[in-house]
Design a protein around this ligand. Structure first.
Ligand code: PGA
Length: 241
């Protein structure tokens, strides 16, 4: 894993933005894996700015999001589809039909998982997968204990994850208990992975990622076996290394 250290969140976002823009500009039909959460928001804002000010075009880009809450439809402001529309897709020239997010309100969730995985396969997998990391080492919503071979599946969210995400909801009770997530096996097939980490509260997580063993107890640890992972982390996140 190649680690790039940045002064702060803004610089992390800018550097990530350069790498994503390079992928968009150099691959004929790029397939991007996208993440939600607080961490990639600065990256998305930077991509919007590049679109508006430097004519970066997304007409040829296809995106697959990592995950979605079960039970939240696209009109729910806490759904990840809503997040992606508002934070990125509405502000760029991407074709809406080329933006995929798992459907958390599908009638048959098992079928939704199978068809989402199939769709990713049909597109040949991700050229570049953007990841954040949970305090417990989760990637996507693959919580500790998830098999490294997993494919798109339904997960029961860890209590720690629900608590960490409660800040976006009116109360902890409103945070869904389940989600659809692409699997660790799916993520590991990405040609290139870009992991963004910011803030002092992630310092222990980064230390465990870098110094700890590869174990299903800490899902992100498998990234050490991927041939092309770049971590961009700010000084606060790297402060305990
Ligand atoms: P965050 O979430 O970016 O909001 O910290 C990361 C994650 O849980 O994967």
């Amino acid at each position: 894993m190649n680690i790039i250290s940045t002064k702060d969140y803004q610089e992390m976002s800018r550097k990530a933005c350069e790498l994503v823009a390079e992928t968009i500009n150099t691959i004929e039909k790029p397939i991007l894996g996208l993440a939600t959460g607080s961490t990639p928001e600065g990256l998305y804002q930077c991509l919007i700015n590049k679109h508006k000010e430097e004519q970066l075009s997304f007409r040829h880009v296809t995106t697959f999001n990592l995950d979605e809450y079960v039970g939240l439809g696209s009109e729910n402001p806490n759904s990840y589809r809503y997040f992606m529309n508002g934070k990125l897709f509405q502000h760029i020239d991407i074709r809406k039909e080329n933006t995929y997010v798992p459907n958390g309100s599908a009638e048959n969730l098992e079928e939704e998982c199978v068809s989402y995985e199939e769709l990713i396969r049909e597109h040949g997998g991700m050229d570049l997968q953007i990841l954040g990391i949970g305090l417990n080492g989760h990637i996507g919503f693959n919580e500790p204990g998830t098999p490294f071979t997993s494919r798109t599946h339904i997960v029961e969210l860890d209590e720690s994850t629900r608590q960490a995400n409660a800040r976006f909801f009116d109360s902890l009770e409103e945070v869904p208990t389940h989600a659809i997530t692409t699997g660790i096996g799916t993520i590991m097939e990405s040609k290139k992975i870009l992991l963004l980490i910011s803030g002092e509260n992630k310092a222990d997580t980064v230390t465990r990622l870098v110094n700890g063993d590869i174990s299903e107890d800490f899902p992100a640890s498998i990234l050490k076996e991927h041939p092309n992972v770049t971590i961009i982390a700010d000084e606060a996140a790297l402060s305990k290394l």
